[in-house]
Design a protein around this ligand. Structure first.
Ligand code: SF4
Length: 327
Protein backbone atom coordinates (compact mmCIF):
# COMPACT_ATOMS: atom_id res chain seq x y z
CA UNK A 1 0.00 0.00 0.00
CA UNK A 2 1.24 3.51 -0.81
CA UNK A 3 2.35 5.37 2.29
CA UNK A 4 2.71 9.15 2.25
CA UNK A 5 5.61 10.03 4.55
CA UNK A 6 5.43 13.76 3.84
CA UNK A 7 2.62 14.61 6.28
CA UNK A 8 2.10 14.14 9.99
CA UNK A 9 2.30 10.54 11.27
CA UNK A 10 -0.99 8.99 12.40
CA UNK A 11 0.67 7.87 15.63
CA UNK A 12 3.65 9.34 17.42
CA UNK A 13 5.15 7.48 20.34
CA UNK A 14 7.40 9.84 22.28
CA UNK A 15 9.74 8.70 25.07
CA UNK A 16 7.13 6.20 26.20
CA UNK A 17 7.80 4.49 29.55
CA UNK A 18 5.67 1.96 31.36
CA UNK A 19 6.96 0.83 34.75
CA UNK A 20 5.31 -1.56 37.17
CA UNK A 21 6.09 -1.53 40.87
CA UNK A 22 6.53 -5.18 41.77
CA UNK A 23 7.66 -4.93 45.37
CA UNK A 24 9.38 -2.63 47.77
CA UNK A 25 12.06 -0.75 45.83
CA UNK A 26 11.52 -3.04 42.84
CA UNK A 27 10.45 -1.51 39.54
CA UNK A 28 9.90 -3.55 36.40
CA UNK A 29 10.77 -1.34 33.46
CA UNK A 30 8.60 -3.03 30.84
CA UNK A 31 8.89 -0.17 28.35
CA UNK A 32 11.74 2.29 28.70
CA UNK A 33 11.95 5.35 26.50
CA UNK A 34 10.42 4.13 23.23
CA UNK A 35 10.01 6.66 20.41
CA UNK A 36 8.73 5.93 16.92
CA UNK A 37 6.05 7.03 14.45
CA UNK A 38 3.55 5.19 12.30
CA UNK A 39 2.15 6.81 9.15
CA UNK A 40 -1.32 6.28 7.72
CA UNK A 41 -1.50 3.05 5.72
CA UNK A 42 1.83 1.84 7.04
CA UNK A 43 2.68 -1.42 8.80
CA UNK A 44 5.35 -1.08 11.43
CA UNK A 45 6.48 -4.31 13.06
CA UNK A 46 7.65 -4.48 16.64
CA UNK A 47 9.92 -7.49 17.12
CA UNK A 48 11.69 -9.05 20.09
CA UNK A 49 11.71 -12.03 22.44
CA UNK A 50 8.71 -12.61 24.67
CA UNK A 51 8.78 -10.40 27.74
CA UNK A 52 10.66 -7.59 25.99
CA UNK A 53 7.76 -5.13 26.30
CA UNK A 54 6.23 -5.31 22.79
CA UNK A 55 2.68 -5.99 23.92
CA UNK A 56 2.93 -3.47 26.75
CA UNK A 57 4.02 -0.84 24.21
CA UNK A 58 1.02 -1.74 22.02
CA UNK A 59 -1.36 -1.63 24.95
CA UNK A 60 -0.11 1.82 25.98
CA UNK A 61 -0.69 2.99 22.39
CA UNK A 62 -4.40 2.25 22.57
CA UNK A 63 -4.74 3.21 26.23
CA UNK A 64 -5.29 -0.25 27.62
CA UNK A 65 -2.42 0.78 29.91
CA UNK A 66 -1.68 4.30 31.11
CA UNK A 67 1.93 5.25 30.35
CA UNK A 68 4.18 6.00 33.32
CA UNK A 69 5.66 8.86 31.31
CA UNK A 70 6.04 9.95 27.73
CA UNK A 71 3.31 10.53 25.19
CA UNK A 72 1.26 8.80 22.54
CA UNK A 73 -0.07 11.30 20.02
CA UNK A 74 -2.86 9.95 17.83
CA UNK A 75 -3.91 12.08 14.88
CA UNK A 76 -2.44 15.14 16.56
CA UNK A 77 -3.91 14.56 20.03
CA UNK A 78 -2.34 13.21 23.24
CA UNK A 79 -4.44 10.13 24.00
CA UNK A 80 -4.21 10.66 27.76
CA UNK A 81 -5.84 14.08 27.43
CA UNK A 82 -8.94 13.21 25.41
CA UNK A 83 -12.38 14.44 26.43
CA UNK A 84 -15.05 11.81 27.14
CA UNK A 85 -16.45 12.24 23.62
CA UNK A 86 -12.98 12.04 22.03
CA UNK A 87 -12.17 8.94 24.07
CA UNK A 88 -15.35 7.24 22.81
CA UNK A 89 -14.38 8.11 19.23
CA UNK A 90 -10.81 6.91 19.85
CA UNK A 91 -12.00 3.48 21.00
CA UNK A 92 -13.70 3.11 17.61
CA UNK A 93 -10.67 4.21 15.63
CA UNK A 94 -8.23 1.78 17.25
CA UNK A 95 -8.61 -1.96 17.75
CA UNK A 96 -6.50 -4.96 18.69
CA UNK A 97 -6.24 -8.50 17.36
CA UNK A 98 -5.01 -10.83 20.07
CA UNK A 99 -2.39 -13.55 19.96
CA UNK A 100 -4.38 -16.51 21.10
CA UNK A 101 -7.57 -17.14 19.15
CA UNK A 102 -8.38 -19.96 21.59
CA UNK A 103 -8.35 -17.75 24.68
CA UNK A 104 -9.49 -14.41 23.29
CA UNK A 105 -13.03 -15.47 22.30
CA UNK A 106 -15.65 -16.00 25.00
CA UNK A 107 -16.64 -19.69 24.70
CA UNK A 108 -20.19 -18.96 25.90
CA UNK A 109 -20.95 -16.40 23.21
CA UNK A 110 -22.03 -17.11 19.65
CA UNK A 111 -20.04 -15.67 16.77
CA UNK A 112 -22.84 -13.16 16.19
CA UNK A 113 -22.58 -11.95 19.79
CA UNK A 114 -18.76 -11.82 19.73
CA UNK A 115 -18.48 -9.90 16.48
CA UNK A 116 -21.51 -7.70 17.24
CA UNK A 117 -20.49 -6.81 20.80
CA UNK A 118 -18.67 -3.59 19.84
CA UNK A 119 -21.56 -2.53 17.61
CA UNK A 120 -24.01 -2.95 20.47
CA UNK A 121 -21.82 -0.80 22.73
CA UNK A 122 -21.90 1.89 20.07
CA UNK A 123 -25.70 1.83 19.96
CA UNK A 124 -26.64 0.03 16.70
CA UNK A 125 -30.08 -1.59 16.41
CA UNK A 126 -30.20 -5.43 16.36
CA UNK A 127 -31.16 -5.70 12.66
CA UNK A 128 -28.26 -3.38 11.74
CA UNK A 129 -25.93 -5.47 13.90
CA UNK A 130 -27.05 -8.71 12.20
CA UNK A 131 -26.51 -7.19 8.76
CA UNK A 132 -23.08 -5.84 9.67
CA UNK A 133 -21.94 -9.10 11.33
CA UNK A 134 -22.89 -11.01 8.18
CA UNK A 135 -20.89 -8.59 6.01
CA UNK A 136 -17.91 -8.81 8.35
CA UNK A 137 -17.91 -12.60 8.35
CA UNK A 138 -17.92 -12.57 4.55
CA UNK A 139 -15.05 -10.08 4.56
CA UNK A 140 -12.92 -12.53 6.57
CA UNK A 141 -13.88 -15.59 4.53
CA UNK A 142 -16.64 -16.99 6.77
CA UNK A 143 -20.40 -16.86 6.14
CA UNK A 144 -23.77 -16.22 7.74
CA UNK A 145 -24.23 -19.89 8.66
CA UNK A 146 -21.40 -19.41 11.14
CA UNK A 147 -23.25 -16.68 13.07
CA UNK A 148 -25.06 -18.93 15.54
CA UNK A 149 -22.09 -21.20 16.27
CA UNK A 150 -19.72 -21.12 19.24
CA UNK A 151 -15.92 -20.67 19.12
CA UNK A 152 -15.14 -24.31 19.95
CA UNK A 153 -16.76 -25.34 16.66
CA UNK A 154 -14.02 -23.60 14.67
CA UNK A 155 -10.39 -24.33 13.81
CA UNK A 156 -7.60 -22.03 15.06
CA UNK A 157 -7.41 -20.18 11.73
CA UNK A 158 -11.18 -19.66 11.66
CA UNK A 159 -11.15 -18.39 15.24
CA UNK A 160 -8.51 -15.85 14.34
CA UNK A 161 -10.76 -14.76 11.44
CA UNK A 162 -13.56 -14.25 13.97
CA UNK A 163 -11.14 -12.16 16.08
CA UNK A 164 -10.30 -10.09 13.01
CA UNK A 165 -14.01 -9.61 12.15
CA UNK A 166 -14.58 -8.44 15.74
CA UNK A 167 -11.74 -5.92 15.41
CA UNK A 168 -13.12 -4.63 12.10
CA UNK A 169 -16.69 -4.26 13.39
CA UNK A 170 -16.43 -0.60 14.38
CA UNK A 171 -14.54 0.47 11.22
CA UNK A 172 -11.19 1.14 12.88
CA UNK A 173 -8.31 2.83 11.06
CA UNK A 174 -5.47 1.53 13.25
CA UNK A 175 -5.15 -2.09 14.39
CA UNK A 176 -2.56 -3.59 16.71
CA UNK A 177 -1.96 -7.16 15.60
CA UNK A 178 -0.45 -8.75 18.73
CA UNK A 179 1.30 -11.89 17.46
CA UNK A 180 -1.85 -12.85 15.53
CA UNK A 181 -0.34 -15.92 13.90
CA UNK A 182 2.05 -17.37 16.47
CA UNK A 183 -0.55 -19.77 17.90
CA UNK A 184 -1.52 -21.03 14.42
CA UNK A 185 -0.21 -23.89 12.25
CA UNK A 186 2.39 -22.77 9.72
CA UNK A 187 0.02 -23.69 6.86
CA UNK A 188 -2.63 -21.32 8.23
CA UNK A 189 -0.23 -18.48 9.06
CA UNK A 190 0.21 -17.44 5.41
CA UNK A 191 -3.57 -17.30 4.90
CA UNK A 192 -4.04 -14.96 7.84
CA UNK A 193 -1.12 -12.75 6.75
CA UNK A 194 -2.51 -12.53 3.21
CA UNK A 195 -5.91 -11.62 4.57
CA UNK A 196 -4.45 -8.87 6.78
CA UNK A 197 -2.62 -7.50 3.73
CA UNK A 198 -5.77 -7.53 1.61
CA UNK A 199 -7.79 -5.85 4.35
CA UNK A 200 -5.15 -3.16 4.62
CA UNK A 201 -5.32 -2.46 0.89
CA UNK A 202 -9.12 -2.51 0.76
CA UNK A 203 -9.85 -0.60 3.94
CA UNK A 204 -6.79 1.67 4.15
CA UNK A 205 -5.78 0.28 7.54
CA UNK A 206 -2.65 1.11 9.51
CA UNK A 207 -1.03 -1.71 11.51
CA UNK A 208 1.36 -2.20 14.37
CA UNK A 209 2.36 -5.84 13.92
CA UNK A 210 3.89 -7.47 16.98
CA UNK A 211 6.04 -10.57 16.46
CA UNK A 212 8.68 -12.49 18.41
CA UNK A 213 10.93 -13.20 15.43
CA UNK A 214 11.85 -11.65 12.12
CA UNK A 215 10.63 -14.45 9.84
CA UNK A 216 7.19 -13.14 8.86
CA UNK A 217 7.47 -9.42 9.26
CA UNK A 218 9.71 -9.03 6.21
CA UNK A 219 6.71 -9.60 3.97
CA UNK A 220 4.26 -7.31 5.64
CA UNK A 221 6.06 -4.30 7.08
CA UNK A 222 7.32 -1.04 5.69
CA UNK A 223 9.49 -0.54 8.75
CA UNK A 224 10.69 -2.69 11.63
CA UNK A 225 11.46 -1.76 15.24
CA UNK A 226 13.56 -4.28 17.19
CA UNK A 227 13.15 -4.24 20.98
CA UNK A 228 15.28 -5.77 23.68
CA UNK A 229 14.27 -5.73 27.34
CA UNK A 230 12.04 -2.68 27.16
CA UNK A 231 14.27 -0.60 24.91
CA UNK A 232 14.57 0.03 21.18
CA UNK A 233 17.79 -1.34 19.76
CA UNK A 234 17.31 -0.86 16.02
CA UNK A 235 14.77 0.64 13.63
CA UNK A 236 14.89 0.87 9.85
CA UNK A 237 12.93 0.37 6.67
CA UNK A 238 12.40 -3.35 6.17
CA UNK A 239 14.75 -3.75 3.22
CA UNK A 240 17.49 -1.80 4.97
CA UNK A 241 17.07 -3.75 8.22
CA UNK A 242 17.36 -7.13 6.50
CA UNK A 243 20.06 -6.07 4.01
CA UNK A 244 22.21 -3.97 6.28
CA UNK A 245 21.65 -5.23 9.81
CA UNK A 246 23.73 -3.35 12.34
CA UNK A 247 22.78 -4.27 15.90
CA UNK A 248 24.27 -7.53 17.28
CA UNK A 249 20.89 -8.57 18.69
CA UNK A 250 19.07 -8.04 15.37
CA UNK A 251 21.85 -10.02 13.64
CA UNK A 252 21.30 -12.91 16.05
CA UNK A 253 17.52 -12.79 15.53
CA UNK A 254 17.98 -12.84 11.76
CA UNK A 255 20.42 -15.74 11.87
CA UNK A 256 17.81 -17.77 13.78
CA UNK A 257 15.31 -17.73 10.88
CA UNK A 258 15.20 -21.22 9.35
CA UNK A 259 16.35 -21.27 5.71
CA UNK A 260 14.23 -23.41 3.38
CA UNK A 261 16.95 -23.75 0.71
CA UNK A 262 19.38 -26.46 2.00
CA UNK A 263 22.37 -24.89 0.19
CA UNK A 264 21.77 -21.46 1.69
CA UNK A 265 20.97 -23.07 5.06
CA UNK A 266 24.46 -24.60 5.07
CA UNK A 267 26.07 -21.21 4.40
CA UNK A 268 24.03 -19.41 7.04
CA UNK A 269 25.80 -19.29 10.36
CA UNK A 270 23.55 -19.13 13.35
CA UNK A 271 24.72 -16.53 15.86
CA UNK A 272 23.92 -17.94 19.29
CA UNK A 273 22.58 -15.61 21.96
CA UNK A 274 24.33 -16.88 25.05
CA UNK A 275 22.93 -16.69 28.56
CA UNK A 276 19.51 -15.84 29.88
CA UNK A 277 17.60 -12.65 29.27
CA UNK A 278 18.49 -10.21 32.09
CA UNK A 279 15.79 -9.23 34.57
CA UNK A 280 13.87 -6.08 33.68
CA UNK A 281 13.50 -5.33 37.41
CA UNK A 282 15.67 -2.39 38.46
CA UNK A 283 17.90 -2.76 35.35
CA UNK A 284 21.33 -1.16 35.43
CA UNK A 285 21.84 1.92 33.31
CA UNK A 286 23.90 0.07 30.71
CA UNK A 287 23.31 -1.75 27.43
CA UNK A 288 20.55 -4.21 28.33
CA UNK A 289 22.04 -6.74 25.89
CA UNK A 290 25.53 -6.56 27.42
CA UNK A 291 25.22 -9.82 29.38
CA UNK A 292 24.55 -11.79 26.20
CA UNK A 293 26.48 -9.89 23.54
CA UNK A 294 29.67 -11.40 22.12
CA UNK A 295 31.08 -7.90 21.46
CA UNK A 296 30.40 -6.45 24.91
CA UNK A 297 33.14 -4.28 26.41
CA UNK A 298 33.43 -2.66 29.81
CA UNK A 299 31.75 0.45 28.44
CA UNK A 300 28.71 -1.63 27.43
CA UNK A 301 28.31 -2.79 31.05
CA UNK A 302 28.49 0.76 32.38
CA UNK A 303 26.87 3.05 29.85
CA UNK A 304 23.56 2.89 28.03
CA UNK A 305 24.11 3.38 24.29
CA UNK A 306 21.99 6.15 22.82
CA UNK A 307 19.63 5.35 19.96
CA UNK A 308 20.99 7.37 17.09
CA UNK A 309 20.35 7.76 13.40
CA UNK A 310 23.45 6.35 11.73
CA UNK A 311 21.97 6.54 8.21
CA UNK A 312 18.78 8.27 7.06
CA UNK A 313 15.91 6.41 8.72
CA UNK A 314 18.20 3.78 10.28
CA UNK A 315 18.53 4.09 14.07
CA UNK A 316 20.74 1.89 16.22
CA UNK A 317 21.56 1.79 19.94
CA UNK A 318 25.01 0.20 20.20
CA UNK A 319 28.43 1.54 21.22
CA UNK A 320 29.99 -0.27 18.24
CA UNK A 321 28.35 2.31 15.98
CA UNK A 322 30.68 5.03 17.29
CA UNK A 323 33.54 3.47 15.33
CA UNK A 324 31.49 2.56 12.24
CA UNK A 325 29.61 5.84 12.07
CA UNK A 326 31.62 8.48 13.99
CA UNK A 327 29.47 11.30 15.35
FE1 SF4 B 1 26.82 -5.41 22.35
FE2 SF4 B 1 27.92 -3.30 23.52
FE3 SF4 B 1 26.52 -2.98 21.32
FE4 SF4 B 1 25.33 -3.59 23.61
S1 SF4 B 1 26.43 -1.71 23.15
S2 SF4 B 1 24.92 -4.48 21.63
S3 SF4 B 1 26.80 -4.96 24.51
S4 SF4 B 1 28.44 -4.11 21.52
Amino acid sequence: MFVDYSGEPLIQVKNLCKYFHVGRNATLKAVDNMSFNIYKGETVSLVGESGCGKSTTGRCMIRLYEPTSGQVIYDGKDITKLTKEEQKEFTKRVQMIFQNPYASLNPRMTVKEIVGEGLKVHGLAQNEIDQRVQELLETVGLNKDHMSRFPHEFSGGQRQRIGIARALAVNPEFIICDEPISALDVSIQAQVINMLNELQDNLGLTYLFIAHDLSVVKYISERVVVMYLGTMVEMAETEELYGNTLHPYTKALLSAIPEADPKRAKENKRIPIKGEITSPINPKNCCRFAGRCQYATERCHNEMPELREVKPGHLVACHLMDEQFPK
